[in-house]
Design a protein around this ligand. Structure first.
Ligand code: 5GP
Length: 194
C-alpha cells in the first residue's frame, strides 16, 4: 500500500533493537483518514471471504480494528492483557511473549464473544516475531471458531513471524512489509511485491 509506505518513510522513526516508531500516525496519535484507507484495503484484500468478527489485541490494535470493522460491518473483540493469575469467569486464555517489552503475559477473551460459528479476521498494527498473532490464533482455535486470516498494517519481514505463520497455513495480508532499516542513516527498505 503505497500511501502507507510513503507515510512510514516520512514519519517513521527507527529506534535501536529493530523497533520502528510510528507514534505520530498509528500507535499514539492516530490518523483516522489513513485508518480509513487501511480499512478499504483490507476489505479489498479479503473480498469474498465470509467474516463476522474482527479480533485484535489491546492496546494499539483497537483503534485500527474499529475503523477497519466499519468496512466489514462486523463487531470488534479485543483480547485483554492481564497479569492476574486467577482468571475469573468463562474465558479463553493463552500466553504471549511481548516483543517490545520482553515480558510474558496472559491474554483473555470471554467465551461470550467468540465461539463455534464465528468467522474471524485478526487485525494488528505490527507483526514481528509473531507471538501476538499466534496468541490470537490460539484463542480462535480454542473457541472452535474459523480463522479466515490476519490483516497486519506493518510487517517486519526481517523477523520470523510472518514466514512461520504463513507456513502454518494462516493467510497473512500485510499492507507494508519492511525488509530492513538503517538506524544511523534513517533509511527503510520495503518489499515491493505485496
Ligand atoms: P510480535 O508478537 O509479532 O513479535 O510483535 C507484535 C506486537 O509487538 C505488536 O502488537 C506491536 O504492538 C509490537 N511491536 C513489534 N514490533 C514493533 C515495532 O517495531 N514498533 C512498534 N511500535 N511496535 C512493535
Amino acid at each position: 500500500m503505497q500511501l502507507l509506505k510513503d507515510r512510514i518513510r516520512k514519519d517513521g522513526k527507527i529506534k535501536s533493537g529493530n523497533v520502528l516508531k510510528v507514534d505520530s500516525f498509528l500507535n499514539h496519535q492516530m490518523d483516522i483518514k489513513l485508518f480509513e484507507e487501511i480499512g478499504k484495503e483490507f476489505k479489498r484484500r479479503f473480498e469474498g471471504e465470509e467474516i463476522n468478527k474482527i479480533l485484535t489485541i489491546e492496546a494499539s490494535g483497537i483503534g485500527i480494528a474499529c475503523i477497519v470493522a466499519q468496512y466489514f460491518d462486523v463487531p470488534v473483540v479485543f483480547a485483554k492483557k492481564t497479569k492476574t493469575k486467577n482468571i475469573a469467569g468463562d474465558v479463553y486464555t493463552t500466553k504471549v511473549e511481548s516483543f517490545t517489552h520482553g515480558k510474558v503475559y496472559d491474554i483473555i477473551v470471554s467465551k461470550e464473544f467468540l465461539g463455534p460459528g464465528d468467522k474471524v479476521l485478526l487485525i494488528d498494527d505490527f507483526l514481528a516475531n509473531g507471538k501476538a498473532l499466534e496468541g490470537l490464533a490460539a484463542l480462535v482455535k480454542d473457541s472452535g471458531a474459523h480463522l479466515v486470516g490476519a490483516g497486519i498494517v506493518i510487517e517486519k519481514g526481517f523477523q520470523t513471524g510472518g514466514e512461520r505463520l504463513r507456513a502454518e497455513g494462516i493467510r497473512v495480508e500485510s499492507l507494508a512489509i519492511v525488509d530492513g532499516m538503517d538506524e544511523e542513516k534513517g533509511t527503510i527498505w520495503f518489499r515491493e511485491d505485496e
